[in-house]
Design a protein around this ligand. Structure first.
Ligand SMILES: CCOC(=O)c1ccc2c(c1)NC(=O)[C@@H](C)N2
Length: 116
């Protein structure tokens, strides 16, 4: 039952995540932060999130609506802005992704409203 009813949402979110990923030109959000490369990351970030994890969650029907998807997107952005200081490439990439990805999510919500 869930697969049938959530499959359209899965397709919709898959396309949205593809568009969000295309904005990650530095490819810094695509995979989990490597904790062996960034040993103190877990001191600051208690719930890591990245695009590949969001993709796995959506394929496993773990997002029942756009709000749940947006919650993980915001977690990913906020983690980056918490760990990296303002004058870093990472922080500035998070600001850009917050703005550009946020606009894509806002348009997606309008599309869902229109299509029901
Ligand atoms: C090979 C080492 O990679 C990194 O240090 C690194 C690689 C990717 C990262 C990151 C760090 N920090 C971040 O906040 C998230 C957004 N992305």
């Amino acid at each position: 039952w869930m697969e049938v009813h959530l499959q359209p949402l899965v397709c919709f979110l898959r396309r949205l995540l593809d568009m969000i990923q295309s904005r990650d030109t530095g490819d810094i959000f695509s995979e989990p932060v490597d904790l062996s490369e960034v040993p103190d990351y877990s001191d600051v970030v208690t719930q890591p999130m990245d695009i590949s994890t969001m993709r796995t969650k959506l394929e496993n029907f773990q997002y029942s609506n756009l709000d749940a998807f947006e919650k993980d997107f915001n977690l990913m952005i906020n983690n980056c802005m918490a760990y990296n200081s303002r004058d870093t490439i990472f922080y500035r990439a998070a600001v850009k992704m917050r703005d550009q990805g946020g606009a894509l999510i806002r348009q997606a919500r309008r599309d869902l409203e229109a299509n029901g």
